[in-house]
Design a protein around this ligand. Structure first.
Ligand SMILES: *Cc1c(COP(=O)(O)O)cnc(C)c1O
Length: 231
């Protein structure tokens, strides 16, 4: 099992390196985040021991549990799913980067908690790249207001944007177009709000991370490709 885990990690890293080469980018510009929601704490542990030091969960409860189980290895934890306001208090101390800031209400609640807890909270604004109200993230029209508010918050550190392709399993061309759009939204915001920190683009999953890297992704969130044969 340990060998298989290392092989999967090496294969994903090789694909990231190849996509970076094609994009004319350096491998150091793209961070691999292992999404452990399909794996138990034992397999997540192997992944960290194999060299993947950035891990993510999509549910706060799972994040707390795995962070506790892997506390001795101290990986950096990312939350890539929705954060309910009543879970902020327990989540902030364990999370290094929240990828899913999606409302002014959530921002205000995080700001209040981070102010009393002392430490700043690093966030990405999640953009809904589809018009589908079922999908998470803030609509494109509401992105500038949320970005401006996050950039102005004293105890929140805005780092960039996160988004998902409309059809993660469909043709590569579609995801590439969605990723290009997220980059364009970021570039426009960076021009209009030079003070906002928007260097990070969290985009790309197992099925489409190469396209995301070609469009400027700085963080790929990979689950299933790392856990093939391990479930
Ligand atoms: C599950 C999940 C991933 C990883 O998905 P895979 O297709 O398994 O790589 C990435 N991002 C988010 C937001 C997720 O929920």
């Amino acid at each position: 099992m340990r060998l298989r885990c290392r092989e999967n990690l090496a294969a994903v890293e090789a694909r990231i390196a190849e996509a970076c080469r094609r994009a004319g980018r350096s491998v150091g510009e793209v961070t691999l985040i292992g999404v452990t929601k399909y794996a138990g704490a034992d397999v997540a542990r192997m992944l960290v021991e194999g060299g993947c030091r950035e891990l993510a969960e999509s549910r706060p409860q799972q994040l707390w549990d795995k962070a506790a189980a892997l506390a001795d290895l101290a990986p950096r934890w990312h939350l890539v799913g929705h954060l309910q306001r009543n879970k902020i208090r327990r989540t902030l101390p364990v999370v290094s980067l929240l990828h899913t800031l999606d409302s002014l209400r959530l921002l205000a609640a995080i700001e209040a908690e981070a102010a009393t807890a002392g430490g700043p909270c690093d966030v990405l604004v999640e953009v809904n790249l589809t018009a589908d109200p079922q999908r998470s993230g803030v609509s494109e029209a509401d992105v500038p207001a949320l970005v401006a508010a996050a950039a102005a918050a004293a105890h929140v550190r805005l780092r960039g944007l996160m988004g998902m392709a409309s059809h993660p399993d469909s043709a590569a061309a579609d995801s590439r177009r969605d990723f290009a759009r997220l980059r364009e939204i970021r570039d426009r915001l960076a021009r209009d709000m030079p003070a906002a920190m928007l260097a990070e683009l969290s985009m790309g999953m197992s099925g489409d991370f190469e396209e995301a890297i070609l469009e400027g992704s700085t963080m790929v969130r990979i689950g299933s490709a790392l856990f093939e044969g391990l479930r």
